[in-house]
Write a protein that binds this ligand. Structure first.
Ligand code: SF4
Length: 505
């Protein structure tokens, strides 16, 4: 057996969760430099850059959603894959115990969280053999927000704003453009696309995800696909969707396309969307000891350069400081585009809490309250809880519930990311409420704005799904849906849709 194998896999998981690889950092730095200072996109990217630095400095999770761990392992002929699989599973449980992975494995029937990221289908481990003596392990941690924006198309298909996508490369291009447009900011843009042309429904999605293991700055060996990748990058970055869907010049940091043969009757295009928190790394291990020989995606001769030379939120002087609980008058004075620094109490709530509130009285008084769509990473230290990562989760999942909860419980502000739909917008107008967009994935940054964890309700739902009672100080958010019926998300979606129509493929 390989005595260092377990420790090497634990190291790989921790590094992947906490330290973005250099190609992603470089792409994010280019994105930041492209946006004019003081714009919403620039403020979002500045927070993201600080978050990247904080995560690697503190060895904390870059994003609180540490995703579905997916391992691609290549082993010498004759290696004991059963033993390695067990070691990888134990390493995942150990990284979860250390708070580097959020417990993310939930029984699909009962909703019960296994607590250690182990369960049927989790983690995902694929083995392959190769004619070498060492072992290669690659890992990607892809979160739920971006996973939910994946898309698969069966050509020919009619697409909004783009017309019919035929079984041609132009048809493929239309599908990829549609997927990027439909994602808007929900997958925490700027993001990267892995695409598979062909295959069947299952192999297409798997191959699309495999493309995300390519370095962002590589060039496709197939010149037709290289041209397609370049064309998608420039077209999507002209749609003005921008970071978090706030509008801006950079919507994509990468597009990687592969192709598989298909049945004559089928023509699928599968798109895997990954967010800016593009966490994938790899190692090669010594074939006899299991010790790490090399890190993939990293050049050890190049030290990691911090993204920024400053810390803290960069103020423009136009920010509005508010203290919760909030009054109807306070939220009605806010308009789309305002930057708010929130202080005071805040309650987390995501899927399980929303389903619960539809049938039960809230466990705390929510009148005037701020409800934060967030499933944090939490560690218990003695009798106290500490939140180590606390960015927003995708809000649109709560659309069926949110309007009723706002009106019945008296919530004045909802914080999340990606925006919400028409029913919530109507409830905000009717009741006097506001939707505040936090910067998706900025888990370390927002954890730093939490001054105390004051309690917890509904802990039986598991730590990510419980309702945490927090106090925050100067928590920066942007008003993207106001009490007057305005929605930045709706505006950007419509405007970028018009850009798509003008492309004329
Ligand atoms: S950055 Fe956004 S999309 Fe990515 S894992 Fe985090 S919350 Fe999900």
């Amino acid at each position: 057996m390989l005595p260092s194998f377990f420790d090497s896999v634990v190291q790989l998981i921790i590094r992947t969760s906490t330290d973005l690889p250099p190609d992603v950092r470089a792409a994010m730095k280019t994105s930041l430099d492209a946006e004019p200072a003081g714009t919403r996109a620039s403020q979002a990217l500045t927070i993201i850059a600080q978050n990247i630095d904080l995560a690697s400095n503190n060895e904390g999770a870059i994003c609180q959603d540490t995703g579905m761990p997916t391992f691609e392992v290549r082993v010498p002929v004759g290696a004991d894959q059963i033993w390695m699989r067990q070691q990888i599973r134990e390493a995942v449980a150990e990284a979860t115990r250390r708070g580097k992975l959020r417990p993310n494995s939930v029984d699909s029937i009962t909703g019960e969280n296994s607590g250690d990221n182990l369960g049927p289908g989790t983690p995902i481990i694929h083995f392959d053999q190769w004619e070498r003596d060492d072992v290669e392990i690659k890992l990607i941690l892809k979160g739920g927000g971006c996973e939910n924006t994946n898309a698969q198309y069966a050509l020919p298909v009619e697409l909004p704003h783009l017309g019919r996508a035929d079984r041609t490369l132009d048809g493929v291009k239309k599908c990829i453009l549609h997927a990027a447009w439909a994602a808007q900011g929900k997958g925490c843009s700027p993001g990267a696309l892995g695409v598979c042309v062909g295959g069947d429904r299952t192999s297409g999605y798997a191959h699309a995800k495999e493309q995300l293991f390519r370095a962002l700055d590589d060039v496709n060996r197939d010149p037709r696909l290289a041209e397609l990748e370049a064309s998608i990058m420039s077209t999507v970055n002209d749609l003005d969707i921008g970071a978090m869907g706030f509008g801006g010049k950079v919507t994509l940091i990468g597009c990687k396309v592969g192709a598989l043969n298909r049945l004559p009757a089928s023509f699928f295009v599968s798109v895997a969307y990954d967010c800016w928190a593009f966490r994938r790394l790899g190692v090669t291990l010594d074939g006899s000891s299991g010790a790490i020989k090399t890190w993939l995606y990293r050049d050890p001769s190049h030290p990691i350069i911090p993204m920024l030379d400053q810390a803290g939120f960069v103020r423009t002087g136009r920010e509005i400081a508010l203290e919760a609980p909030l009054t109807g008058q306070q939220v009605r004075s806010l308009k789309v585009g305002d930057v708010v620094l929130l202080s005071g109490p805040m309650f987390t709530g995501r899927d399980a809490v929303h389903a619960h509130l539809m049938k039960h009285e809230p466990p705390v008084d929510l009148r005037g309250a701020v409800l934060y769509h967030c499933g944090p990473v939490v560690v218990k230290e003695g009798e106290r809880w500490r939140i180590t990562a606390a960015g927003p989760t995708t809000s649109i999942r709560e659309e069926p519930y949110q309007g009723e909860i706002i009106k019945r419980c008296g919530v004045r502000a909802v914080i999340g990311k990606g925006g919400m739909g028409a029913r919530t917008l109507a409830a905000l107008k009717e009741h006097g409420g506001v939707y505040l967009n936090a910067i998706g994935g900025a888990a370390q940054f927002y954890a730093g704005a939490i001054t105390s964890v004051d309690g917890v309700s509904l802990l039986e739902f598991g730590t990510p799904e419980a309702m945490w009672h927090l106090t925050v100080k100067d928590f920066p958010v942007i008003v993207t849906m106001d009490a007057h019926g305005n929605s930045l998300h709706k505006d950007i979606e419509q405007e970028s849709g018009r850009h798509l129509e003008a492309i004329g493929i």
